[in-house]
Design a protein around this ligand. Structure first.
Ligand SMILES: [Cu+2]
Length: 152
C-alpha cells in the first residue's frame, strides 16, 4: 500500500515528461515530403574561398558539383564522402554523387594554392539539422514542464 501512496504523490506528468524527452531524442524525423532530386551546384573557387561556400541537399539527392577555378588550380574534397575533384583555371571539373549520408561535411581545397590555403573550406549539408529540431523539442518540453510546475 505504501508503494501506491508513493506513486500517487508523484504526479503522472513526471513520468510522461521524461518519456516524451526520450521519444524526442530517438524518434526518426520525417523528411518533410521532399522527393530525391537532382541538384547541380556551380562552385566558383578563388583564393581562398568557395562561392557558394555552403551546399545543401536532401538525403537521396543526386548532387553534381561543377568546380570552376577563377585564378589558380583548386581542388574540392568532401570529408566523409571521400570524393574530390580539381579544376585548372579555364577548365571546370565536375563530379556527381548520391547524397546518401546525412550530416554536415567539410569541403576543403586539396591543392596547395597559397598562404591561406588551409582556410579554404566550405560545407555540404545533407538532410535537415536533426539536432536543431530535437533541441527545439526538448526546449519546448522544458517550458511545458516549467508551466506545469508553476500551475501546480
Ligand atoms: Cu587551396
Amino acid at each position: 500500500m505504501r508503494v501506491i501512496a508513493v506513486l500517487r504523490s508523484i504526479s503522472l506528468i513526471w513520468i510522461i515528461l521524461p518519456a516524451l524527452a526520450i521519444l524526442i531524442l530517438v524518434i526518426p524525423l520525417p523528411t518533410l515530403g521532399s522527393k530525391p532530386t537532382d541538384r547541380v551546384y556551380r562552385v566558383d573557387a578563388g583564393r581562398f574561398a568557395y562561392s557558394p561556400a555552403v551546399l545543401r541537399a536532401n538525403l537521396g539527392d543526386r548532387v553534381t558539383i561543377e568546380l570552376v577555378s577563377t585564378d589558380v588550380v583548386h581542388g574540392l574534397e568532401i570529408d566523409g564522402y571521400g570524393l574530390g575533384i580539381t579544376a585548372d583555371p579555364g577548365q571546370p571539373a565536375a563530379m556527381t554523387f548520391l547524397a546518401d549520408r546525412s550530416g554536415t561535411f567539410r569541403m576543403r581545397c586539396s591543392v596547395t594554392c597559397g598562404a591561406m590555403h588551409p582556410f579554404m573550406i566550405g560545407k555540404l549539408q545533407v538532410g535537415q539539422n536533426v539536432w536543431l529540431w530535437r533541441g527545439a523539442g526538448l526546449a519546448l518540453l522544458a517550458v511545458v514542464a516549467g508551466l506545469w510546475k508553476a500551475w501546480q
